[in-house]
Structures are given as C-alpha cells and as structure tokens.
Design a protein around this ligand. Structure first.
Ligand SMILES: *[C@@H]1O[C@H](CO)[C@@H](O)[C@H](O)[C@H]1NC(C)=O
Ligand SMILES: *[C@@H]1O[C@H](CO)[C@@H](O)[C@H](O)[C@H]1NC(C)=O
Ligand SMILES: *[C@@H]1O[C@H](CO)[C@@H](O)[C@H](O)[C@H]1NC(C)=O
Ligand SMILES: *[C@@H]1O[C@H](CO)[C@@H](O)[C@H](O)[C@H]1NC(C)=O
Ligand SMILES: *[C@@H]1O[C@H](CO)[C@@H](O)[C@H](O)[C@H]1NC(C)=O
Length: 508
C-alpha cells in the first residue's frame, strides 16, 4: 500500500473518531434540554380564513399568541398570520376587541401583525417555516430562523377539507406540499422537535398516511380525516356568545379545549400526552387524532409553548376537572346557516336587515343543493357508473394517504372551486369525492386550450369516451353540470375526446 493509501485510511479513522465524539455530544444535548431551557422556542400561528363570519379562527390564533407571550416566548420568535379584518370590522360589536369566549378578555391587544391581508398566503407560510427570507412577499418579513437545537410549534385554525386547508388569498395548503416542506426542514436540521396543532374540518387528512414517524414531529388534529370540526360559544350553544354577537361563534371546540387547558395549568408539569387526553375528552363532536413521533408524548408542553408563572399551583386533579359544563356544538359547515337564521330572528320584522338575511339564507341553501347535485353528476360522468352515493366521501382506509396522484387531485379541486363555485364552507366537503375520481384510475389530464385571449381547461376522462367515438356532433354530448357551465365531451383536434369541465365556450 502506498503512503497515500495509508494516509487516506488515517484520515478516514480520524473522521470516524470526530463523528463519534460529535454524536455523543448531541445525545448529551438532547438529554439536558428537555426542560426547554436550551435552544429557542419558535411558534407560527396561522388563521387561514377572512371575513367577520369566520371571527372564531382569528380569535383562536390571537388567544394562542397571548398564551405563548405569557408563557415566556418572545415576539421575535412568534410569527402570526391573520387577515386582520375582524377587530375593526363594522359588524364587530366591540370595536378593536376580539374575544375567544363569552365574557372573555381581549385577545387582540398586542398581537404582532406579521402577515396580514394578502400576505396571508401559502407561499409565505411555507417560506416562513423554511426560514427562507427571500421567498416572502409583504408582511414583516419575519421568518423562523431556527437551528438544530430549536423547537417549533405550529398552530393553524381554519376551514379545511380532505387533503388541504384554505388560505384567505391564493392557493390552498395541500397536505402533500406541507409534508414535503416538513421533510425538507428535517433534512436541513431546522429543528430539534416540532409540534403541530390543527383545527379544521377533516384535518386528520393532512397527516394520515403521510407524516412519517421518524421526523421528530408530533401533530394533533381537531378531527379525523373524514369528519368536520365544530364551532363553540355560538348563539346556539351553551354557554352562548353574548347577544350582541348575533349568534356568531367565538371559538372552535378543539382549539378552545387546548387553549383553555394551557392557560390554566403549569406547562412544566403537563405532558403532550396529558394534554392530548384532556383535549380529546373535551372535544366531543369530532375525534381528536395524533400523528407522527410518539417519543414526543412525554415532553412537557413548556418546551414548546412556555408556561405562565402564575399557574404554578397546578394539580392533576384540576387538569381532569377542566371540562366545559354542558356545551352543545355546531358542526362547522352548519355555522353559516345558523348564523343567518339567528340574524333573521334578531332583526325586526319587515326591516331591510331581515330581508337581506332571508335572501342570503335562501341563496345559500339553493347553492348547497346545487353543489350536492353537481358532485353526483361529476362522479357519474367521470366514473361511468350510476350508483355513486358511496363515493361522496373518501373511500381510503385509515393509514392510507388520501390520494397518490396529488396533481390530479389539485386539478379537480381547483376546477370544482373555480367552475362550480364550491366554497370552503360547504362545497369542499366533497373533496374526498374528487380524490376518489383520481384513485379510481381516471386519468385527469389538464389540457390548456387557448382561444382568443382565454385559456380553457379540459380534462381527459378516457373511461367515458368510447360511447362517443365516431361522432362529430359535440353539441349532443353537452351535459349541464354546474349552474352556468357545461360539462361537454369535445372532439379535440388530435382525435381524442376531452371532457370540457369549465367555461362556456367550446373550442372552434
Ligand atoms: C426561497 O424562495 C424563493 C422564492 O419562492 C425560491 O426561489 C428559493 O428557491 C427559496 N429558497 C429555498 C432555500 O427554499
Ligand atoms: C399557590 O398556593 C399557595 C398555597 O396554597 C397560595 O398561598 C398561593 O397564593 C397560590 N399561588 C397562586 C399564584 O395561586
Ligand atoms: C345547559 O345548562 C344551562 C344552564 O344550567 C341550561 O340552561 C341549558 O338548558 C343546558 N343545556 C343543555 C343542552 O343541557
Ligand atoms: C381579452 O378579453 C377581454 C374580455 O373578453 C377583452 O375585453 C379584451 O379586449 C381581450 N384582449 C385581447 C388582446 O384580445
Ligand atoms: C359505461 O357503462 C356502461 C354500462 O355499465 C357500459 O356498457 C359501457 O361500456 C361503459 N363505458 C365505458 C367507456 O367504460
């Protein structure tokens, strides 16, 4: 062996020695920092909705901020996303104030306005958690500048659907994109441990079958992948929101459960597992679920959200007793209807407010009926089968991700929203049905067709083409699916049939 060969072996052994010393050191660090004293605690809070009727999401987020601040986290380490159209909204009976429970204190005071209005979007959110300063636009520019010793807490309250959560502007946050970013953060050693709490309908679908258990990430969701979550402190629940709020919901069930638990107790003595159990018991309308690394379950919450020194008289008895009395809850998707009904009730007979609320209620109910019919028609046409009622929600079983082909799913979700007017509050409850279309082997390819200055979108559903092959008469195959939109089978120039799931014009 040459001198060079020996030298290389020496270098190799030396490197091994260094590495093993390094790994012993890392182990030691891990042990000593479970009290949260080492490393920095970072938090990202996101309210993904806007408009006064969705008051509760921003209220939840502001409340979380107050708990983190009292818990000892610094403003420079807390990043808040909220549209910020609630506190000063003309409809708000307490102008400049946001409360998260009846008679509760103002939670809006002092909340940093890092990302508000249009800056509350998915690109900013993902770049903020990645610590990518050059990727954010608008807002304070604050990002999570975390390293391998830091813990990150993410809390998101919003409207959700199977496979995604909305943002007040732009695209939704899809489970696949979120998970990819989390995996990248793990690879780049951007954190030691991470805890994620999500309040949204079908929030379990953000992690089900997707979040690996070896990333040191522990996630809790308000509901399983297949159920909606619930509002709380509404006009129809006990205890109700004060009458001047006209039936508005002040919070969400899962969120209020963990927030009220955290603000009462000593977080140095409560583990993630204990909080999970308390919150699961208090959240009665949906199944609170947990995902990811079980090793984090025995960590004390102080390592993520801090603790309020005033709470040091904590006892486990108090923890188990902390149940809201006899509250009744409102399924999130029913909230807009109940809100309008309460508004009608509270407005004087014959008043313009009452008439407007009545009209809005009728419009909303008709819209929902239309959406119910549209999705059935879309399933029938794309799958070429008449009995589709079992396919209205996702047919994937526990432990499986919602879809394998996320591009297919995203394409259908966008079209259902843009062309059929499906909104987060109701129509998107059928996102699972759209996922089924992708999972049943329908090849949903998006074809862009430019006509004049207009771009049309087509989807190719080969399963339903054969009956139409040989015919040139496109008009015969136009089926009206969405209110103003035709679902037509169009003979394209390349002699394949395309399903025209979109705008009103057929290509010339
Ligand atoms: C940061 O964001 C910009 C803009 O989105 C992107 O081009 C860039 O690749 C990102 N950098 C990293 C490290 O992710
Ligand atoms: C904690 O308990 C002690 C003794 O019971 C009491 O004197 C003290 O006021 C309590 N502190 C708080 C912050 O409640
Ligand atoms: C809940 O308790 C309140 C006050 O005790 C009572 O007025 C209300 O009827 C109860 N609601 C239910 C659903 O039991
Ligand atoms: C594009 O379409 C719009 C709306 O139909 C029209 O007003 C505009 O003149 C068109 N522009 C061009 C360049 O054709
Ligand atoms: C659609 O379903 C009908 C009835 O089951 C069947 O006869 C036809 O072949 C199917 N079409 C395609 C393209 O699979």
């Amino acid at each position: 062996m040459s001198f060079l060969g020996h030298f290389q072996i020496f270098l190799f052994l030396y490197a091994l020695l260094l590495l093993s010393a390094q790994s012993r050191k890392t182990e030691h660090d891990t042990e000593s920092s479970d009290d949260g004293a080492e490393g920095t605690r970072w938090a990202v809070l996101v309210a993904g909705s806007k408009e006064y009727e969705n008051y509760r999401h921003q209220a939840d987020i502001c409340h979380a901020y107050q708990i983190l601040r009292k818990g000892g986290l610094k403003d420079e380490n807390i990043i808040v996303f909220m549209f910020d159209d609630i506190a000063l909204n003309p409809k708000n009976p307490k102008r400049g104030v946001i409360i998260n429970r009846p008679g509760g204190e103002d939670v809006y005071q002092g909340v940093p306005k890092d990302y508000t209005g249009e800056a509350v979007n998915v690109e900013n959110f993902l770049n903020v958690i990645l610590g990518n300063e050059s990727g954010v636009t608008g807002g304070s520019g604050k990002v999570v500048k975390s390293g391998p010793n830091d813990n990150i807490f993410i809390y998101y309250a919003d409207h959700g659907a199977t496979g995604f959560m909305s943002m007040p502007t732009g695209e939704a946050l899809y489970a696949e994109d979120f998970i990819k970013v989390l995996e990248r953060m793990h690879l780049l050693k951007r954190y030691k441990k991470m805890v994620i709490y999500i309040e949204a309908c079908e929030s379990g679908s953000m992690f089900e079958g997707l979040l690996k258990t070896n990333l040191n990430i522990y996630a809790v969701t308000a509901s399983s992948a297949e159920e909606s979550s619930s509002g709380i402190y509404c006009g129809y629940t006990y205890p109700p929101s004060p009458p001047e709020y006209n039936g508005l919901c002040l919070g969400d069930e899962f969120s209020v459960s963990w927030l009220e638990d955290s603000e009462l107790h000593d977080m140095r003595k409560e583990t993630l597992k204990q909080q999970y159990q308390v919150v699961k018991r208090r959240t009665r309308s949906s199944h609170v679920c947990r995902f990811g690394s079980e090793e984090l379950l025995n960590d004390y919450l102080v390592s993520y959200i801090g603790t309020n020194p005033e709470n040091k008289n904590f006892s486990l008895a108090a923890l188990t007793a902390s149940q809201i009395s006899n509250l009744s809850l409102v399924n999130t998707r029913e909230i807009p209807l109940l809100y309008l009904r309460k508004k009608i009730q509270n407005a004087p007979v014959g008043s313009p407010e009452r008439q407007e609320a009545q009209k809005n209620l009728i419009d909303e109910m008709n819209h929902r009926k239309q959406i119910d019919q549209n999705i059935i028609e879309i399933l029938r046409l794309s799958l070429n089968q008449s009995n589709v009622l079992d396919l209205l929600t996702s047919t994937r079983t526990t432990g499986q991700p919602l879809v394998d082909d996320w591009d297919c799913f995203k394409t259908l979700v966008k079209s259902f929203k843009n062309q059929c007017g499906a909104k987060m509050e109701y129509g998107m409850k059928y996102a699972g049905a759209l996922a089924n279309i992708c999972n049943m082997g329908v090849d949903v390819k998006q074809h862009l067709h430019r006509q004049g200055n207009k771009t049309q979108t087509f989807f190719w559903f080969p399963s339903i083409l054969s009956p139409f092959l040989g015919s040139q008469d496109t008009a015969a195959y136009t089926r009206y699916v969405c209110p103003d939109i035709s679902l037509a089978f169009v003979l394209a120039t390349d002699m394949t049939f395309l399903v025209h799931f979109g705008v009103d014009e057929l290509p010339g």
